[in-house]
Design a protein around this ligand. Structure first.
Ligand SMILES: [Zn+2]
Length: 110
């Protein structure tokens, strides 16, 4: 078992307290956009998601804790969380992800 940092509780908690809640930063088209979308585009929005090998932006739910949703960058190869951040924060840039990974690796060595 591993631990996940909840940005709302600001502590690491056992993974069993969390649930995966889909891809992060996936925005539902507004009513105006939906009105002109083809069935194919709507279908793509509803069912097609990225399936990235490597660092993936995901939404997680602290369902057995504070009950809040948050975003995370998780390496799908190693299953390690690089960083977590609160909902509403912008998508993390590659530079921010690199910095978090470096800090995490430095912490692991000490
Ligand atoms: Zn929490």
């Amino acid at each position: 078992m591993f631990e996940i940092h909840c940005p709302y509780c600001d502590e690491k908690r056992p993974e069993i307290e969390f649930a995966y809640a889909g891809e992060a930063h996936y925005v539902r088209p507004n009513a105006k956009e939906q009105a002109v979308m083809s069935d194919e585009d709507w279908s793509r929005y509803m069912f097609i998601r990225n399936n990235i090998r490597g660092e993936h932006a995901e939404r997680w739910w602290h369902n057995a804790g504070c009950n809040m949703f948050f975003n995370a960058i998780r390496d799908t190869v190693s299953d390690k969380f690089v960083m977590t951040y609160k909902m509403g924060k912008p998508r993390r840039t590659p530079a921010q992800i690199d910095k978090a990974r470096t800090a995490q690796n430095d912490g692991a060595e000490s």
